[in-house]
Design a protein around this ligand. Structure first.
Ligand SMILES: Cc1ncc(C[n+]2csc(CCOP(=O)(O)OP(=O)(O)O)c2C)c(N)n1
Ligand SMILES: [Mg+2]
Length: 551
């Protein structure tokens, strides 16, 4: 009879549950899990910090629909992953964090890296358990996979005391578990579907909001069909962008504020009325706005604004129900009405206002021109990763998405430090596509060393750093003897040299006309590259710089 250790059982159980990627930082006691995963044919990616491993795992889960793992050592290693784990909680993305822990027979004795790990992670976890024996590892991994992927997705945690990984048991004592089937796709109550369509027909100024829940559910065909059938105006949430291509005629992205303020009935399709949507409340919304809400989580219905109709179910399945209802009794809001005219006029006006900034040739550059260069340089199926304050906010307006699940950003949690880990995952899950990671210089600072990982694994990510010397912009010059702004970062830093240290390609761009050739070259080379774009530290603080043109 053969003996099998906890690490091998873990690797086989992960493989059985469809895991393709494990990201982590190894050490005592988890190194053997990483090695065992490699033996089972799972790709192991070693990052430089546990936060990047956990960001990469959750992005992999969101992009592929399959569970991915972050693997950490005990104590500080596991705790380094907690903010990233919480980001998955806030985004409702699946991931499994495996945290090594000190030997259980040393608990309370001041063991090496002993810490209250389970207690720390519990509030953010859909499921969190201590694995109590090697025999039961597959049981826990199956439970964890179902919890992470079924219903509203979320992060899950398994803790392994050192001996659970290292000890061996007889193979036949192991209680194996088969792979879980794909997540069930529950339908909504048919009466609620009829009520939702009836309510839509009574609206004067309807608005559809497409969230990343629709992207997670792979509802792109159904959502697109719904919008095309009804000709309703729609707005995408930041990561709902691309579920319908951004250049769709009914997108009111350019009139976002106006649309939210004036709509009398909103249909939330896998989008939440949280801070990103200004809670659905005045002054950003009408006090009387009616809400139709579609969500996989029943408890989400009515958050901040009571829902007139709550549709609880899988977005893809329920949008199919709604389309079937519209097939039975066709109805169209259409484009020839005051609301559509007003939205179109507002969009065109806003676009006219930004147009000069998109083509500005000033040095140092503002945000819009370099973002426009990126927009024009990347292919339609590029994955766009983004973090920063203005770099991300303005980038979201300028950079388009034409495919679902092709944008990853600071998300519902507004987290800095997500970008590099997300970019690694984006490229690993889409080896043949262009991945561009647009970073503020402060955002880059949280996880910039992960460019080494891109170079080590030969991932041809194009990193672009918007260098304005600070958090939302810093000083124009370096005067170390003067009091320094809390926002300040080292001015005109040569971030491109960070990637050059590992054999990647660096570019330092001050002149807007030099950016497109650098982007073209970086994209064509299929090698990791970092383009450091120097912009005006005052850029966002003078957003009205072109107001005289339109006054
Ligand atoms: C983990 C974390 N720490 C701190 C913050 C606060 N914060 C918000 S945006 C930001 C950085 C913005 O600067 P940058 O990335 O350079 O973008 P810019 O606005 O300058 O283009 C920071 C530190 C945060 N959101 N998350
Ligand atoms: Mg900055």
């Amino acid at each position: 009879m053969a003996a099998i250790d906890g690490a091998t059982i873990t690797a086989r159980a992960l493989k059985e549950q469809g895991v393709q990627f494990v990201y982590g930082v190894v050490g005592i006691p988890v190194t053997t899990i990483a090695a065992a995963c490699q033996k089972e044919g799972i790709t192991y990616i070693g990052t430089r910090h546990e936060q990047a491993a956990a960001y990469a795992a959750q992005a992999t889960g969101y992009l592929t629909g399959r569970l991915a793992v972050a693997l950490t050592v005990s104590g500080p290693g596991m705790l380094n992953a907690v903010a990233a784990f919480a980001n998955a909680w806030s985004n409702c993305w699946p991931m499994l964090l495996i945290g090594g822990a000190s030997d259980s027979d040393q608990r309370g004795q001041g063991a090496f890296q002993e810490a209250p790990q389970l207690e720390t992670i519990r509030p953010f976890a859909k499921y969190a358990q201590l694995v109590d024996s090697p025999q039961r590892i597959p049981y826990y991994i199956e439970q964890a996979a179902r919890s992470a992927l079924y219903g509203r997705p979320g992060p899950v945690y398994l803790e392994y005391a050192a001996e659970t990984i290292l000890n061996s048991v007889e193979e036949e004592a192991v209680r194996w578990k088969p792979a879980i089937p794909p997540a069930p796709r529950p339908l909504a109550d048919p009466q609620a579907v009829r009520d939702a369509v009836a309510a839509l027909k009574t609206a004067q100024r309807p608005l559809v909001i497409v969230g990343k829940g629709a992207a997670w559910s792979r509802a792109e065909a159904e959502v697109r069909e719904f919008v095309d059938r009804t000709m309703l105006p729609y707005l995408a949430s930041p990561m709902g962008k691309g579920v319908i291509p951004d250049d769709h005629d009914q997108s009111v992205a350019a009139a976002r504020t106006f649309a939210l303020q004036n709509t009398d009935l909103v249909f939330l399709v896998g989008a939440r009325l949280n801070w990103i949507m200004h809670f659905g409340l005045p002054p950003r919304w009408s006090p009387n706005v009616r809400v139709i809400q579609l969500d996989i989580a029943a408890e989400e219905i009515g958050t901040n604004v009571p829902a007139e109709v709550g549709l609880v179910g899988d977005i893809k399945a329920v949008m199919g129900q709604i389309n079937a209802e519209l097939e039975r009794e066709p109805w169209q809001f259409g484009k020839e009405n005051d609301w559509s005219y007003a939205l179109k006029e507002k969009s065109e006006q806003n676009q006219r206002n930004t147009e000069p900034m998109l083509h500005a040739s000033q040095v140092p550059m503002g945000y819009y021109r370099p973002l426009r260069e990126i927009r024009d340089a990347i292919p339609n199926d590029a994955l766009v990763v983004s973090e920063g304050a203005s770099t991300m906010d303005i980038g979201r307006q300028v950079l388009n998405n034409f495919r679902p699940r092709h944008r990853l950003d600071a998300g519902s949690f507004g987290t800095m430090g997500v970008g590099l880990g997300f970019a690694l995952a984006a490229q690993l899950c889409n080896p043949d596509k262009v991945v561009v990671d647009v970073e503020g210089d402060a955002g880059f600072g949280f996880d910039g060393m992960e460019v080494e990982v891109a170079c080590r694994y030969g991932l041809p990510i194009v990193f672009v750093v918007f260098n304005n010397n600070g958090i939302g912009g810093g000083p124009a010059e370096f005067h170390p003897e003067q009091p320094m702004s809390p926002n300040a970062l080292y001015p005109l830093a040569h971030y491109e040299k960070v990637i050059e240290a590992f054999g990647g390609d660096g570019y330092y761009i001050e002149n807007p006309d030099d950016l497109r050739p650098a982007l073209d070259k970086a994209i064509a080379n299929r090698r990791p590259a970092l383009i450091n774009v120097v912009i005006d530290p005052e850029a966002r603080r003078r957003p009205q710089q072109f107001a005289w043109l339109t006054r």
